[in-house]
Ligand binder design. Structure first.
Ligand code: SF4
Length: 361
């Protein structure tokens, strides 16, 4: 296995078969992949980790994704919407710590009230932020006009996860209806690109019914769509969701975690200059999960700076890490861990994806 992996890793372009072989690497051989990913990261994006302060603005969602703890059909969730003042306070917190970016995430809503509110909030954020501050949105599918309005109001990046590039699997983890449509999801990626955003997507790893072939296809999908950013994490089941019924068919959580690290490393090898987030779901499985992701190719971390009183209500999956009430202490610890993992924190920089800049040349 060692020799075959070394041979594949020397190739300029990786095929689907190559990726499937690499995804099946055993615990010993996988180190070759991790080493290669770390080398590529150093060469193409440098040993920097960029912090994006994550603000979970609201858990009100019109959709009903079958895996998600805050889906509209889950009546066991206390719904909230943080105020503009709370959001701006969180932005100021990120700016005071010299982070170059924030992320605004919320359940998906397309009603005019929400769209207007976001536009207004983005303008307020722009008015208190230095020019170079990056604002990433993760607010689901909208139309081109809305994307453009939000871009003009100050947003710079947009993350919309495809969750899986396999259409059949997509409809096993989403209801098949007007609101949940595979083609619309892909169109959203195209529209975001057209509007001028740095565009990101991502998938879940270890879903029921998912195969190695699906994961290899996911990597090739991201390459084909020439994405600028990616956030992908292990699928973690939530008991208040329809997908929970398949919990006995899942890979052990530890395996899903290892597969996620492999996917991060392989994406770094495949798309050398994109930004890759080391997501919180990794930390839900292993307390050092996000630092491991950084070591094996990721270069972005999104510390949660949502007001603590809302944390419990934004439970997308089971066992989401409890954020300690002393946010300062938690953040300082995270910064220390990044330094220990060999990266420097990219303070006072937006840390835009180099891929985007190269694409624009
Ligand atoms: S995954 Fe996103 S769009 Fe789907 S139910 Fe959850 S918050 Fe809503």
């Amino acid at each position: 296995m060692y020799e075959e992996i070394s041979k594949i890793l020397k190739k300029e372009n990786l095929t689907k078969d190559d990726l499937m072989f690499l995804l099946s690497a055993d615990d010993k051989a996988v180190q070759l992949i991790f080493d290669k990913a770390a080398e590529v990261k150093t060469q193409y994006v440098g040993n920097y980790t960029y912090f994006r302060g994550l603000i979970e603005l609201s858990n009100i969602c019109s959709k009903n994704c079958l895996y998600c703890g805050i889906r509209s059909g889950n009546k066991n969730v206390q719904r909230y919407s943080a105020t503009d003042e709370e959001a701006l306070k969180a932005v100021k917190y990120a700016l005071d710590r010299n982070w170059g970016s924030v992320v605004i995430q919320a359940g998906e809503r397309q009603d005019p009230k929400f769209i207007d509110r976001l536009e207004n909030l983005l303008k307020q954020i722009s008015s208190i932020s230095p020019e170079k501050t990056g604002v990433t949105l993760s607010l689901g599918e909208q139309n081109l006009e809305v994307y453009t309005r939000w871009l003009n109001a100050g947003a710079t990046r947009y993350l919309i996860r495809i969750e899986t590039s396999n259409e059949d699997l997509f409809y096993k983890i989403h209801p098949r209806d007007e609101l949940h449509n595979f083609e619309k999801r892909i169109q959203a990626l195209r529209d975001l690109r057209k509007a001028g955003y740095m565009t990101g997507t991502g998938v879940m790893i270890g879903l029921p019914f998912q195969t190695m072939e699906d994961l290899a296809d996911d990597l090739l999908f991201m390459q084909e769509y020439d994405i600028d950013m990616c956030g992908m994490g292990p699928y973690i089941e939530h008991e208040d969701t329809p997908l929970y019924q398949y919990k006995d068919q899942l890979l052990p959580l530890e395996e899903r975690y290892k597969l996620t690290l492999k996917m991060i490393a392989l994406l770094r090898i495949l798309m050398k200059d994109v930004n890759i987030a080391s997501v919180t779901a990794l930390q839900a499985v292993n307390p050092d999960g996000r630092e491991e992701g950084i070591r094996y190719g990721a270069n972005v971390i999104m510390p949660n700076i949502t007001p603590v009183k809302y944390h419990e209500s934004y439970n997308l999956y089971k066992g989401k890490p409890e954020i300690v009430p002393e946010t300062d202490k938690y953040i300082s610890q995270l910064e220390k861990q990044i330094n220990e993992s060999g990266d420097k924190v990219g303070y006072e920089e937006r840390g835009d994806p180099i891929h985007f800049k190269n694409r624009k040349k």
